[in-house]
Design a protein around this ligand. Structure first.
Ligand SMILES: C[S@@+](CC[C@H](N)C(=O)[O-])C[C@H]1O[C@@H](n2cnc3c(N)ncnc32)[C@H](O)[C@@H]1O
Length: 502
């Protein structure tokens, strides 16, 4: 046997998005282990089934290998055109797992060319637009990038519908390079373009067209079918989970609806009961209506009797009215008499009221008069109070003046006494002088006598002056004591003396 199986063939993919490539996942594992590439490029990635399988194989073997996926992630005429979520989902899964050695190049295949050196790519997977022209262009343009170990994979070599043309290109190039084609899963061509393609790959290509090649194709077909079934199973599980959770929601909703139905049934039962009650009430009302006819007949009979009674009552009523009229006349006469009596009483009352009114008016006049008198007395009292204040102040002045006068009087009286004493002494001296003395000569006696006369005259004049002033003060004192304010304030002076203990 030439073909060399390896562990990569049993690769169980971590993630298998929906794809027509799923059946080739075991070969992706095998080729990575068989070729041990240092550089992998994929043209056309979409959801990432083939590319994630290649990356998983690289990671499992911990190869020193750079990987790149090129795609616009917009779709094409064969894959269909899709939205942003495809790239977003792939990117969020791919980044944390393979970002260290792999990158997603969002661009056209032609734009990506310049990012790769010629002869640098060991493994190239072409899976873009599948027309003959497109795939031929992709192969031709990328061929220079392949290394001496270069291997190219072509998907959909078996598809001949919808203008797929990979089969045609494959027909042209598979005879130019060592090649092997898997027929299952829409066909996958393996083209060994490098001159130094690793031996396991060369071994594979050498089985092409042989029974062993058929065996290898069947082997990978079965392995691929297993992966596809597993993926389908996984999809079914996811669908089942979704359905189960939907079922759970449905069951819960059903339980809610069942409860609502039960509530509605109870409500209907209650309503039915109310309808039955209403029907029974209607029946009894009908019965009552029938009984009503009898009652009405009885009422009619009663009405006739009542009419007769009414005629009778009207007669009695007339008698009562006559009696009332008679009573009314008597009452009117009594009322008239009462009115007269009341009128007299009212007149008397009115007169008495008049008198009382006049008396009240007089009293009011008296009160007014008294008030006026009170006011004038009050005014007089105020005037007297003012006069009293004046008198008191005059009294104070008079007392002050009186005190001054009395003081002066005392002074003058003392002086008058002194003068009188002096005059008596002088008169005694004169008397002694007039008597004869042997010791005194005539000249001395004459001069002494004239000096004494002079002094005596002076004293007399001073005494006269003093007497006049005493008389004047006496007169002034009498004037004060005769004055009205002195008389009026006598009581006050008496009180004052009592207060001072005199
Ligand atoms: C069939 S799908 C790829 C399938 C994928 N290999 C898998 O495993 O399922 C083709 C992809 O190639 C992309 N494509 C086609 N022509 C392209 C071009 N010239 N440049 C970039 N992307 C292109 C499309 O956007 C599409 O996603």
């Amino acid at each position: 046997m030439i073909f060399r199986p390896n562990g990569g063939m049993t690769l169980v993919p971590d993630r298998v998005p929906p794809s027509a490539w799923t059946g080739h996942v075991p070969f992706a594992g095998w080729i990575v282990e068989a070729a041990r590439p240092r550089s992998i490029v994929e043209l056309g990635t979409h959801n990432g089934t083939s590319y994630l399988a290649l990356c998983q194989a690289v990671a499992r073997l911990q190869l020193d290998c750079r990987c790149a996926a090129v795609d616009t992630w917009q779709g094409d005429d064969h894959a269909g055109h899709y939205g942003e979520e495809v790239f977003a989902t792939l990117s969020s899964y791919h980044g944390p797992r393979y970002g260290a050695f792999s990158q997603l190049l969002r661009m056209t295949f032609d734009q990506a060319l310049q990012q790769f050196e010629d002869g640098s790519v060991d493994l190239l997977h072409i899976d873009g637009l599948h027309t003959y022209e497109a795939v031929s262009h992709d192969f031709t343009s990328w061929l220079p990038k392949l290394s001496r170990r270069g291997v190219v994979l072509f998907h959909d070599t078996q598809v001949r519908e919808r203008n797929f043309g990979v089969w045609k290109l494959w027909g042209e190039i598979s005879s130019q390079y060592p090649a092997f084609e898997f027929s299952h899963t829409h066909g996958l061509g393996v083209l060994a373009v490098g001159e130094e393609v690793p031996a396991p790959v060369r071994s594979l290509t050498s089985t092409a067209g042989t029974a062993e090649g058929v065996f290898v194709n069947d082997l990978f077909a079965r392995l691929g079918e297993a992966v596809r079934c597993r993926a389908e199973l996984e999809t079914c599980r996811v669908t089942l989970d979704a359905r189960e959770s939907a079922l759970a929601e449905y069951v819960s909703a059903h339980a809610g609806l069942t409860r609502q139905v039960q509530e509605l049934e109870s409500a209907v039962a209650a309503a039915s009961t109310r309808v039955s009650d209403a029907e029974a009430a209607a029946a009894s009302a009908q019965a009552a209506n029938a009984a009503n006819g009898d009652i009405r007949a009885a009422i009619d009979a009663g009405s006739s009797a009542t009419a007769a009674g009414l005629v009778e009552l009207r007669g009695a009523n007339a008698d009562i009215r006559a009696a009332i009229d008679a009573g009314s006349a008597a009452t009117a006469a009594a009322l008239s008499q009462l009115r007269d009596t009341m009128s007299d009483a009212m007149s008397q009352l009115s007169e008495a009221l008049n008198e009382r009114g006049q008396e009240v008016a007089r009293l009011r006049d008296d009160i007014a008069e008294a008030e006026r008198a009170r006011v004038s007395l009050e005014a007089a009292r105020s005037a007297q109070a003012i006069q009293l204040d004046d008198a008191l102040s005059q009294l104070a002045q008079s007392r002050a003046a009186h005190a001054v006068v009395e003081e002066r009087l005392l002074v003058e009286q003392r002086r008058y006494g002194d003068l009188a004493d002096e005059m008596s002494r002088i008169e005694e001296l004169l008397l002694a002088w007039s008597e004869p003395s042997g010791a005194t000569d005539g000249v001395t006696a004459a001069s002494t006598s004239s000096r004494i006369d002079l002094q005596f005259a002076l004293l007399r004049a001073e005494a006269a002056d003093c007497r006049e002033r005493v008389q004047a003060l006496d007169a002034q004192l009498q004037v004060i004591q005769k004055s009205r304010s002195w008389r009026w304030t006598g009581f006050l002076r008496h009180v004052n003396r009592m207060i001072q203990g005199n």
